[in-house]
Design a protein around this ligand. Structure first.
Ligand code: C5P
Length: 311
């Protein structure tokens, strides 16, 4: 009788994010911009499963599968391999399966989310129980939004977005997202931001006190009015068609609307689950935003939903 080593696998669920406030500071020498941003994790999830394997590999399923690389460029694969290299005794390789529901290149940190999920999944698969700070450091080397995807909830991001501080907030918020069939490149949007600024002096970025106060009191109307994103103007400059989507959502009664991160997804805040459903119907029927989805936030960051199990 042969005693084959059982295959073990772990599945992690990870949310998308929306930036409630995103203030872009000056361009730094390393090519990044200093930021002050307030993130909220929203209930639109990717699921990442890692399984011990003979080689490193990654496969994506779901509506966006064709847009995600299955090569060494895949952020989940990069994160898993970096974590493995940091170990004294190597534990890899693994096969990674990404069940993708977060739009690709949509300004919702889908790639960073997958990297965060791969870190949490490999940590559990390999029995490391790493300190969260350790995963944050490895995650930040992969992408600026990875530490927030690990953290979840509502948090302030500073530095290039990778330094996370929790924000005092109450309430559940109901969002509608108008998706775009074509993504926007994050570096291109930052470059457009610099171009539009034309070398003018930019102050040190700071999150808006009105927004922080709306979150503290759980006031959705005040939060809707305080949504802000410095990358909105550059994103609209590259994709003028998005302006029509924004005004349609506001016309149909959203409490506020903002380009999510570097776009092109547009996030609309509504007052209730029913209001969110009505807005989805109105936007779809109008034809301006044929692809819409709903989610609530805040939700947990990357977390285990299955495993380690034997397959
Ligand atoms: O770290 P991340 O993968 O999110 O960054 C992608 C690109 O976005 C960077 O290479 C940079 O061009 C731009 N970026 C930036 N300033 C930030 C974050 C990202 O210029 N704070």
């Amino acid at each position: 009788m042969s005693l084959a080593t059982p295959t073990r696998s772990v599945t992690v669920r990870v949310p998308a994010k929306v930036n409630l406030d995103l203030r872009v500071g000056p361009l730094r020498d390393d090519g990044f911009h200093d930021l002050a941003t307030v993130f909220m994790a929203v209930g639109l999830y990717d699921e990442v499963t890692v399984t011990k394997s003979a080689t490193w590999s990654v496969q994506t399923t779901g509506p966006y599968a064709d847009l995600v690389p299955d090569t060494a460029d895949n952020l989940a694969l990069k994160a898993a391999r970096l974590l493995d290299r940091r170990l004294r005794y190597r534990q890899g390789p693994v096969h990674i399966r990404i069940d993708k529901a977060i739009p690709v290149a949509g300004g919702m940190a889908g790639g960073s989310a997958d990297a965060a999920a791969a870190l949490v999944a490999c940590d559990a698969l390999w029995g490391m129980r790493a300190e969260r700070e350790h995963l944050d450091i490895i995650g930040a080397a992969i992408g600026s939004d990875v530490p927030f995807a690990l953290h979840g909830g509502i948090a302030m991001g500073s530095g290039r977005g990778e330094h996370i501080t929790p924000v005092l907030a109450r309430g559940t918020y109901h969002w509608v997202f108008a998706l775009s069939s074509e993504g926007l490149s994050t570096p291109a949007v930052y470059a457009e931001c610099d171009r539009l600024r034309g070398g003018e002096q930019v102050p040190t970025p700071e999150a808006s006190p009105a927004l922080m106060s709306a979150l503290r009191s759980g006031d959705a109307t005040a939060l809707g009015a305080a949504l802000h994103n410095d990358l909105q103007e550059p994103a609209l400059s590259l994709r003028p068609d998005l302006a029509e989507v924004l005004s349609a959502g506001l016309e149909y009664g959203a409490l506020g609307g903002v380009v999510s991160g570097s776009g092109p997804t547009i996030a609309f805040l509504t007052g209730s689950a029913e209001h969110a459903l009505d807005l989805c119907v109105a936007l779809t029927a109008s034809g301006v935003a044929p692809q819409v989805t709903r989610a609530r936030g805040p939700v947990l960051g990357a977390h285990l939903i299955a495993g380690p199990t034997r397959e």
